[in-house]
Design a protein around this ligand. Sequence first.
Ligand code: NAD
Length: 498
Amino acid sequence: MNTEMLDHWIDGAPAKGESTRTGAVYDPALGEVTKQVRYASAADVDAAVASARAAFPAWGGASIAKRTQVMFAFREILNARKDELAEIITGEHGKVLSDAAGEVARGLEVVEFACGMAHLSKGGFSANASTGVDVYSLRQPLGVVAIISPFNFPAMVPLWFLPVAVAAGNTVVLKPSEKDPSAAVWLAERLKEAGLPDGVVNVVHGDKEAVDALLTHDDVAAISFVGSTPIARHVYETGTAHGKRVQALGGAKNHMLVLPDADLDLVADSAINAGFGSAGERCMAVSVVVAVDPVADELIGRITERMGKLVVGDGRRESDMGPLITADHRDKVAGYIDLAADDGAEVVVDGRGVEADGGAGGFWLGPTLIDKVPTTSTVYTDEIFGPVLSVVRVSSYGEGVELINSGRYGNGTAIFTNDGGAARRFVNEIEVGMVGVNVPIPVPVAYHSFGGWKQSLFGDAKAYGPQGVDFYTREKAVTSRWLDPSHGGVDLGFPRSV
Ligand code: NAD
């Protein structure tokens, strides 16, 4: 077994910490352990927070020019070495290299957004609000903020938060997923190369113990979390109970509504891309196709034909889809295929037993298509988070919208139609935070904010974009008067403009 050990990153250097707990990191396409990672104790988290706290006065007080210069340099380094990062992602997550490169590109977008922090964090000024009195507002950083990220985007999700938090003047403790932790340390090393002072970004690895230590730490001002809904709820409730600002993005079950007038080739391509890209391990994956009569049979034919051509295999080879993250997760996802049959659905394509172009021990499951899924089945109600695409047939647009709106998640959705009026109505009526019109994975660009509704987001602020800037800063309003001959006199009344 490989015994290479991944350390924490504290105060600008690798750190072993005091805990002796560790976990294995796998290459999912081989099913082999490639390294071990340390699991932080509360004392290790405390060391990382202490480093971030010590770095805050200088970094928070540094000029915006200095902070954004580091971001510009980081952008150049990341762009020059993006292939290296994509390889790290594929080696630990399993997604194919082109998909990993796409993840890095979307992360880079947020770095570029944060380079504009001088403009983004500008306050307002009202001259002479009262006679001789000026009122202005400014935005200041919060202090130490924690970022807790999931396995499915080991670079992009940290990059949704890190650049905005840091450019705004905060210092950070990042706790990446213990399943694919190397990308986070790689990013911290590149930030140091870009000129970021030691202690501004720290990385601690681990599990619940590390997360709970962050949620309850007196010196942590805010938490940005992304992961499954039960953990997001726990993070939100515990973090806010400890007086922190929290944004906790949770799970999803995304529907694609297909009207009979849609371009069915576009729909079939989109269902494949959004259903099976990254082996369905995306919070914006489409997991349910809602087919309005009479479109289902024709659409299923076109999807099935395309599924037959997909190559499942090692992401470093010419594959379309890689393995799942762990053997346990693969088995859990595969279990839903039996469940579907038991619940009366029709398994059209069964991905079990797929012949993958990869390691014999890899965590493989092929693309799976299930028709006529009852909406009472857990195959419909659970977030499966794997390459399993369900089809639900409905008789009208209205029935489709009602179905989507009745779900407990509200992350992403899409409508496919050539009818602009229907699309416009859908955009207004649908109770989901991110909507696509003939676009299957509507992840907003960096200058709009990312986040769902209902149980897909706990808290008031979405990630990145204007809401990200608001989340990582607090506004201060200043009312100022410089003495002139008009001052003076005692007046116990409430101040008002005169
Ligand atoms: P997860 O909830 O298992 O883990 C997320 C983070 O929480 C990890 O850092 C993990 O170490 C930590 N964690 C795990 N168990 C914990 C516990 N009991 N207490 C405290 N912390 C704990 O999620 P995952 O499996 O890594 O990621 C997949 C999930 O993330 C899916 O549900 C997916 O929809 C969701 N996700 C959501 C978005 C979004 O933007 N809404 C984006 C990406 C992923």
